[in-house]
Design a protein around this ligand. Structure first.
Ligand code: GLP
Length: 247
């Protein structure tokens, strides 16, 4: 894992966007899996801005879901669907045929998972993955205790996820389950960027990057990914023992 520490959120975002642009330019048929959440917002805004300015052709790029809340419709601004549409798919005018997302409203969630597994296999896996980290160390909705050989699955959300997740919703929302790609599929991604910013993430980032690799802290598995970049701002990196990795 290569760690890069940026002075502030703006630089973290710009540099993440640069890596994203590099991928879509190098591989016009790339499969991207992009996390939702507050962390990557600045990176996505910069990515969209640059992509439009450079008139990048997205017609061959494919997108797959990382995760979704169960029971939350795409019309709800707190859903991952809504986020991806608003911040990426609409501004980049991505055609529906290029997008494959989890349907968290389905009556057959197991079927949704198997179809995602099949779809991802047909695509040949993820080329480029951006993940954030939860305060409990989750990536996607791979919560503490998750099996590292899992593929797409439905999960009972951890109490911290249920509480923290409220920030995405306009009013208090019942969050019980999520649906997520599994660690095995994330570890198969050719390139991974783990992003974190802000003082809230300082402690969990230190454990994830420098602690023991364990499913008690799912993001720690990324230490063993052959091509993972941890992009952090100075606040999130504040407790890392090895601070020689400033960008
Ligand atoms: C959420 C999502 C993740 C996200 C993470 C961090 O619950 N399931 O995909 O990356 O937690 O979110 P944030 O960037 O808002 O801190």
């Amino acid at each position: 894992m290569i760690t890069r520490i940026y002075e502030d959120y703006r630089r973290l975002s710009t540099n993440t966007a640069r890596e994203m642009l590099r991928v879509v330019l190098e591989k016009p048929e790339a499969v991207l899996c992009l996390a939702t959440g507050a962390t990557p917002l600045g990176a996505y805004a910069e990515f969209v801005r640059q992509a439009k300015m450079q008139r990048i052709d997205f017609s061959g790029i494919r997108f797959v879901s990382l995760d979704e809340w169960v029971g939350i419709p795409p019309s709800n601004p707190g859903s991952c669907h809504y986020f991806l549409n608003r911040h990426l798919f609409q501004p980049l005018q991505i055609a529906p045929a290029q997008i494959y997302l989890f349907d968290g409203m389905s009556a057959d969630l197991q079927g949704v998972c198997s179809r995602m597994d099949e779809h991802l296999e047909q695509l040949g896996g993820i080329d480029f993955l951006v993940v954030g980290i939860g305060l409990n160390g989750h990536i996607g909705f791979n919560e503490p205790g998750v099996a590292f050989d899992n593929k797409a699955h439905v999960v009972d959300l951890h109490p911290i996820t249920k509480t923290t997740g409220q920030k995405y919703f306009q009013s208090e929302t019942l969050l019980n389950q999520g649906i997520t790609l599994g660690i095995r599929q994330l570890m198969d991604a050719k390139t991974v960027i783990l992003m974190a910013n802000g003082a809230k993430k300082t402690n969990i980032i230190q454990q994830a990057l420098e602690g023991t690799v364990s499913n008690a802290l799912p993001a720690s598995i990324l230490q063993s990914h052959p091509n993972c970049l941890a992009f952090l701002d100075a606040e999130a990196a504040a407790q890392l023992q090895d601070s020689s990795r400033r960008a």
